[in-house]
Design a protein around this ligand. Structure first.
Ligand code: SF4
Length: 481
C-alpha cells in the first residue's frame, strides 16, 4: 500500500467500485458510515517518530478488521487488498496499488498484542460507532465471562521446575555465555539440553523426587550465582531469572536443617501421597510426624505459576451446565450492548487471571464503563456477578442498576437450623416474618466494616419463649435478634 493513508478515495476507485457493487458491500459501508474507522494519528505512539515510514497502520488495522469479519487467512486478506475493488474503496487505494506481503499482518498483530493496545483499539472502534449513532452510551448492556486458553502446554510440577530452569539457562546463555559456562558441567546438558517432557522424566516416586530435588539444587546454584556481587547485574533482571526465583519459592522450601524440600500439592489426595514420598525421601519427619503444613504447601492457584512460557497464566476450574471445565489461562469478561433495537456490539473486554471470580471483576467493569462514557440504564449479568452487596455498590457508586439472579446458598442444606430463605421479607413495610410467624419491627440500616447492613431485631419475649430458637441462626440465649 504505497499511496498514502487513504484519507481520500481516488476518483477512479470510487467509480469502479460503485459500478461493480451498486448495492455496496460491508467494506464499502465501513468507509461510508465510519469514514474508514481509523486514522494514522490513532497509532502515533506505536512507531518511532524518526523511523522509516512504513505501511499505514490505520489501513493495516482496517484490513485486520475486514479479515476477521470475512474469516480470511493472511494470504487471502493480502490478495483481497490487491484484487478486490470494494476493499480498495474501503482503504482508499488506487486501483494499481500492489498491496503488501501477507506476513505484514502477523507482524502488525504482534504490535497490537503489546501492552494494552488491543483495549485501546477496541475503545477507539466503540467511540467511532457511538459517534455514528450505532451504539448507545445510555442503554441496556450485558456482561458474561468466558475462559481464555493460554497458548501453552500443560506441565506437571516436575516438568514445570525443569522447564523453568531450562528457559532461564537459555536466556542466561544468550546474555552471559562465559559467565554461565563457568557454572555448569556437561551433565547439565543431559538434564536441560532440550525441552522437558513427561515421557523423559524418571519413573517411580523415589526416582522422581530425587530428580526434582536435583533440579531444585541446580536452580538454587544458578540463583545464588546470579545474585552474587561479582555477577553482571543485568542478569538478575532477566525475566526468565525472575520467573525462576518465583517458581522456586513456590515449589521448594528449606527445612530447619537447611535441607531443600519439595512442597506438597494442594489437594488432599496429593498432599497425602506427597507426605509419604517426602518421608520416604528424607527418612524423617517433623516433631508431630508430619511436615510443617505452612512451609510444605504450594500456593493457591491465584498465585501459582504453572508455566514459564506465560507466567501470568493460571489454572482454574469452572462448573457449568455441561459439566466441569478446567483450563490454564485467563478469564475474559465481555460486555456488549443489548438494546432491543440496534446492534449488539462488544464495548469492553476485561481480562483477569483465570481463578479470579466474576464478582471480583465487577467494580473494574463499571469503572471502565464510566471511563468510556457509558452510563447504562440496566446492566444484565448472571449469578456469578450478583450479591446484595454488588447490587448496592453498583447502584450507589456507579449509578448502574444491576440485574441478575441472586445466588442460592448452596451450603444451606448442609447446615442445621433455618436459612435466610425461611424468612419472608416485606420491602414495603421493611419487616421480616420468621418461620414461626413472628413479624419484626421495621429494620434499621447500619454500617459494618464500611458495608451497609440491614439490622433486623425480633421481639425478645417471643424469641425467648420460642421452641425453635436453637434452629434460628445460632442465637441460643433466647435474646431477640
Ligand atoms: S427464635 Fe424468634 S425469630 Fe427465630 S423462629 Fe423463634 S420467634 Fe422466630
Amino acid at each position: 500500500m504505497g499511496s498514502g493513508s487513504g484519507r481520500v478515495i481516488p476518483p477512479l476507485t470510487v467509480r469502479m467500485a460503485r459500478a461493480s457493487n451498486p448495492r455496496g458491500t460491508a467494506a464499502m459501508w465501513v468507509r461510508d458510515r465510519l469514514d474508514g474507522l481509523f486514522t494514522d494519528t490513532d497509532f502515533a505512539d506505536w512507531y518511532p517518530s524518526d523511523g522509516r515510514r512504513g505501511l499505514s497502520p490505520a489501513q493495516l488495522a482496517l484490513v485486520s478488521v475486514l479479515q476477521y469479519a470475512e474469516n480470511l487467512t493472511d494470504r487471502q486478506a493480502a490478495d483481497a487488498v490487491r484484487c478486490r475493488l470494494d476493499w480498495k474503496y474501503c482503504l482508499g487505494l488506487e486501483l494499481h496499488d500492489p498491496g503488501f506481503d501477507f506476513t505484514v499482518l502477523s507482524e502488525f498483530r504482534d504490535r497490537v498484542a503489546e501492552g494494552d493496545r488491543a483495549d485501546g483499539l477496541l475503545a477507539l472502534v466503540v467511540n467511532r460507532l457511538a459517534e455514528a449513532g450505532l451504539v448507545r452510551r445510555r442503554g441496556r448492556i450485558r456482561t458474561d465471562s468466558t475462559h481464555v486458553l493460554a497458548a501453552v502446554r500443560r506441565l506437571n510440577r516436575g516438568e514445570l521446575v525443569a522447564e523453568t530452569l531450562r528457559c532461564a539457562l537459555e536466556e542466561l546463555a544468550l546474555q552471559g555465555e562465559r559467565w554461565l559456562a563457568a557454572l555448569v558441567t556437561s551433565d547439565w546438558a543431559d538434564r536441560y539440553g532440550r525441552p522437558i517432557r513427561y515421557d523423559r522424566l524418571p519413573r517411580g516416586g523415589d526416582a522422581l523426587i530425587a530428580w526434582v530435588l536435583q533440579v531444585g539444587a541446580d536452580g538454587i546454584q544458578i540463583l545464588q550465582a546470579v545474585y552474587r556481587d561479582d555477577a553482571p547485574p543485568d542478569l538478575r533482571e532477566l525475566r526468565s531469572v525472575q520467573v525462576l526465583r518465583q517458581v522456586w519459592v513456590q515449589q521448594y522450601w528449606h527445612d530447619a536443617s537447611g535441607q531443600l524440600r519439595w512442597r506438597q500439592a494442594k489437594t488432599t489426595r496429593d498432599r497425602a501421597s506427597r507426605r509419604k514420598t517426602e518421608q520416604r525421601n528424607t527418612g524423617k519427619s517433623s516433631a508431630d510426624g508430619r511436615p510443617d503444613p505452612e512451609s510444605a504447601r504450594v500456593p493457591w492457584s491465584t498465585m501459582e505459576i504453572v508455566t514459564p512460557h506465560d507466567p501470568e497464566a493460571r489454572y482454574s476450574q469452572k462448573v457449568t451446565a455441561a459439566g466441569q471445565r478446567d483450563w490454564i489461562g485467563y478469564r475474559d469478561h465481555q460486555t456488549e450492548t443489548s438494546d432491543e433495537a440496534g446492534l449488539n456490539v462488544i464495548i469492553q473486554v476485561v481480562t483477569r487471571p483465570a481463578p479470579q471470580q466474576d464478582i471480583d471483576a465487577l467494580d473494574d467493569i463499571h469503572k471502565q464503563l464510566a471511563h468510556q462514557g457509558f452510563q447504562p440504564l440496566e446492566h444484565v449479568v448472571d449469578g456469578g456477578y450478583v450479591t446484595m452487596d454488588s447490587i448496592h455498590q453498583a447502584s450507589v457508586k456507579w449509578d448502574i442498576p444491576l440485574l441478575g439472579p441472586v445466588r442460592d446458598d448452596s451450603q444451606a442444606a448442609q447446615r442445621p437450623g433455618f436459612t435466610k430463605e425461611d424468612f419472608d421479607l416485606d420491602w414495603n413495610t421493611r419487616t421480616v416474618t420468621c418461620p414461626n410467624g413472628i413479624t419484626s419491627p421495621p429494620w434499621k440500616a447500619t454500617l459494618r466494616d464500611g458495608h451497609p447492613r440491614l439490622s433486623v431485631l425480633f421481639p425478645r419475649k417471643a424469641c425467648r419463649e420460642c421452641d425453635d430458637r436453637l434452629k434460628c441462626t445460632g442465637n441460643a440465649d433466647g435474646k431477640g435478634r
